[in-house]
Design a protein around this ligand. Structure first.
Ligand code: CP
Length: 315
């Protein structure tokens, strides 16, 4: 495929190929000299219309470590502030002949729309509450490394599922890999139609965590909430926050994950987040760079093959 817009269109074998390549980049990133030239000569533009710490910095590092010319568009100082539309902004950048466009946008579907208008490869770095495919892939790599497999695991995804693109992409990926998925949280923060997705639903955190191999915590995404009942932070932590007492119900070797940014004392106790025997949160960040390198590498290969075929008149 030309683009990476979501997990939905990926086959399990393609996911495994990407994770295997990411493993090679984990090894490269642990070396003193972290450089490859697989993207040499290619231009990568990162367009983040929404705030980011992890995704933007890891895409920048990933592109630079692979030898691409990387440009970060500062959307705060761009002409978007003067009323330019997403599509006009994208067409303007497209005319500068980039090869890879990494896009985050607050509206679900915006990145798919943009991908139709440009002739380079597009990676969705998170669109509204729709998808965040590289997050699910880095989570998958983290789980595979910690548990030794990515199948037949009981995975509890806890908190604000309704507004979470991370939960959505993870549900699709982990479901494709034949895991048992439990969604835990207030009924008001469960998305409509989730019952038909082959998952188990729990409102009681203790019940849902019992025996889980993987505990994935999510932040309350207030920026995407439009009214509806939300408990106070204090009540939320009491009922759905991960603390030592609730975690004790999971499998003895259960790992704790969080995509970040974290709100300590709201969805997770800070002591658990920092417990290196249980928490793999910093591993997730490390895997993020490697997974994004693998995604950029594979899309660049496809792009070169497509352009080569066009040049030789095959297409
Ligand atoms: N997990 C994640 O997408 O984090 P950022 O919003 O900091 O990129």
């Amino acid at each position: 495929a030309r683009h990476l817009l979501g997990i939905d269109h990926l086959k399990p074998a393609e996911i495994v190929t990407l994770l295997d390549l990411a493993e090679e980049y984990v090894a490269l990133n642990r070396r003193t000299v972290k450089h490859s030239d697989v993207l040499a000569g290619l231009t990568q533009i990162n367009m983040f219309f929404e705030n980011s710490t992890r995704t933007q910095s890891s895409f920048e590092l990933a592109g630079k470590r692979l030898g691409a010319d990387v440009m970060n568009m500062s959307m705060q100082t761009s002409s978007v502030k003067k009323g330019e539309t997403l599509i006009d902004t994208a067409l303007t950048l497209n005319a500068m002949q980039p090869d890879l466009l990494v896009v985050r946008h607050p509206n679900s579907g915006a990145v798919n729309l943009l991908a139709e208008k440009v002739n380079c490869a597009v990676i969705n770095a998170g669109d509204g509450r729709h998808e965040h495919p590289t997050q699910a892939l880095l989570d998958a790599l983290t789980i595979r490394r910690a548990k030794g497999r990515l199948q037949r695991l009981t995975i509890a995804i806890c908190g604000d599922i309704a507004h979470s693109r991370v939960a959505r992409s993870n549900l699709i990926l982990l479901g494709k890999m034949e895991n048992r998925i439990r969604l835990i949280g207030p009924s008001t923060l469960m998305p409509a139609g989730v019952k038909d997705m082959g998952v188990e639903l729990y409102e009681d955190m203790r019940e849902g965590l019992t025996g889980a191999d993987v505990v994935m915590m999510l932040r309350l995404q207030r920026e995407r909430m439009d009214g509806g009942f939300i408990p106070s932070e204090r009540e939320y932590f009491h009922r759905w926050g991960l603390d030592a007492e609730k975690l004790a119900l999971a499998a003895p070797d259960a790992i704790v994950m969080h995509p970040g940014p974290m709100n300590r004392g709201v969805e997770i106790d800070g002591t658990i987040a920092d417990d290196i025997n249980r928490s793999v949160i910093q591993d997730q960040v490390e895997m993020g760079v490697a997974v994004r390198m693998a995604a950029l590498d594979l899309l660049a290969r496809n792009l070169r093959a497509e352009r080569g075929a066009k040049a030789s008149g095959v297409m």
